[in-house]
Design a protein around this ligand. Structure first.
Ligand code: C2O
Ligand code: CU
Length: 458
């Protein structure tokens, strides 16, 4: 593997040491103030970037709790537009889900909203706005929520790496143009500048043999990261917060927008060498985290055991109702004429004029009636067929699902699944959590231009 140092707009500077991400324990309630701020996202020879941030930080304040604790957070809206907080991947009461117009009213500028719910599952989650999502997330509103297991695995470092992708101007300002039709109808808003924990690259120092838990979170709105490792032995331990039954050694990790991957990692490089995490991109492979390996070796541990499982429902595939989902639209393939938007059939040109480029089962945007009405307690199967020319990160709120693999084998629990062009990927989930839940593509440029529907569990 040939690895380059990352260059940005002509200049590159070493990022400061920032390996650990300690987080704030919020027993007595935390405040998340969403407001404009200025942060040094680009290397030091650039001006600070005007962002929108939670508590002035990108990523926003890291929240850390133990499983079973109550999360209590007050959103204070210091933006000039309405917002909410969605707790991505959490099984929570519907009224706490943060979807404006569906589970709560939008929080206006100057307004507040209290979120309060019990953390049922351990794992790596994140939070972000669910209003004007493309602009609000792209300008920096996103933070990590870690829920610790009762008995966490024994590691030397528990580190969160938030991967993000920014579209910057030459002056390191965030490019506007959130109504860009090309982004909407193609691969979404891909950026030109990548950060890890808000920095161009991470640097740090590790002892040989040390074990890390790396919590990877992709908060980008369109970029799928492909990571490779050098000088590290890597096992995949959890996807989207949910522990894998088998911990598998991997050489590469693919992480789509909104997904999380928990890795257990041993430093295999010797003292004096480097250990690297690199992003494989079209034209080159770039270092994202560079660790100098130094000091006395930590005694090598056994191959890691699976993380303790969360208490997930049983899925009964036999006789489960099946609701096929056909994903259509976008550049190259296009929508069929007669797709429905806001209750009326429209031709493709009228849909494009309304900024709608995609449809689920012939419906663009959030319809009045849900895509699926599920009875509490039943298992549902949804084969998702992607007839478009682009990949989509399909996300269901309120519960995790499992992929139904060939032979009816159930894959890992996930909350976001990347479905590539031409694929049919079937998911199954238990309608265990009553309420109205969004089901959408987590590339917000697609979400806002048609790929946003919902299910009702009652
Ligand atoms: Cu992470 Cu509907 O969102
Ligand atoms: Cu999409």
């Amino acid at each position: 593997m040939r690895i380059k140092r990352r260059y940005f707009l002509g200049g590159a500077a070493a990022a400061p040491l920032a390996i650990s991400c300690a987080g704030v324990r919020a027993d007595d309630g935390v405040t998340l103030a969403a407001a404009p701020a200025e942060l040094q996202l680009a290397p030091a020879d650039y001006a600070p970037t005007p962002v929108w941030a939670y508590n002035g930080q990108v990523p926003g304040t890291a929240l850390r709790y133990r499983r079973g604790e109550m999360l209590s957070a007050r959103l204070v809206n210091g933006l000039a537009q309405g917002t909410t907080v969605h707790w991505h991947g959490l099984r929570l009461p519907n009224a706490m889900d943060g979807v404006p117009g569906m589970t709560q009213g939008i929080v206006p500028p100057g307004g507040e909203f209290d979120y309060w719910f019990k953390l049922r599952d351990a794992g790596t989650y994140w939070y972000h706005p669910h209003a004007n999502s493309l602009e609000q997330i792209s300008r920096g509103l996103a933070g990590v929520l870690v829920v610790e297991e009762d008995t966490p695995p024994e590691v030397d470092h528990d580190t969160t790496l938030v991967l993000d992708d920014w579209r910057m101007t030459e002056n390191a300002a965030i490019h506007s143009g959130f109504d860009n039709r090309h982004d909407m109808s193609h691969a979404g808003r891909l950026g030109n500048y990548i950060t890890v924990n808000g920095l161009p690259e991470l640097t740090g120092e590790l002892r040989p043999g040390a074990r890390l838990r790396l919590r990877l979170v992709n908060t980008a709105t369109a970029r799928v990261f492909r990571l490779r490792f050098d000088g590290l032995r890597v096992w995949q331990a959890a996807l989207d917060g949910m522990p894998l039954a088998d911990v598998a050694e991997v050489s590469e990790v693919v992480i789509a927008p909104a997904q999380r991957v928990d890795l257990l990692v041993d430093v295999a490089a010797a003292a004096g060498e480097e250990a690297l995490i690199a992003s494989v991109e079209r034209d080159a492979t770039f270092a994202m985290a560079i660790y100098r390996v130094n000091g006395a070796a930590v005694a090598t541990r056994e191959v890691p055991a699976p993380l303790p499982p969360n208490n997930m429902p049983d899925l009964t595939l036999k006789d489960a109702p099946t609701v096929p989902l056909v994903i259509e639209g976008g550049a190259m393939r296009g929508l069929p004429d007669g797709a429905i938007w806001q209750g009326s059939k429209m031709d493709v040109r009228a849909l494009a004029e309304a900024g709608q480029f995609w449809a689920f089962n012939g419906i663009a945007g959030v319809p009045d009636a849900p895509l699926i009405e599920a009875d509490l307690g039943e298992t549902l199967r949804v084969p998702m067929t992607n007839r478009t020319a682009f990949s989509h990160a399909m996300h269901l709120h309120g519960t995790h699902f499992r992929e139904v693999l060939p032979g009816g084998v159930l894959g890992p629990w996930r909350d976001t699944l990347l479905v590539d062009p031409g694929e049919t990927r079937e998911i199954a989930f238990a309608a265990e959590n009553p309420g109205d839940w969004m089901f959408h593509c987590h590339m917000p440029a697609h979400q806002m231009s048609g790929m946003m529907n919902w299910i009702r569990v009652s």
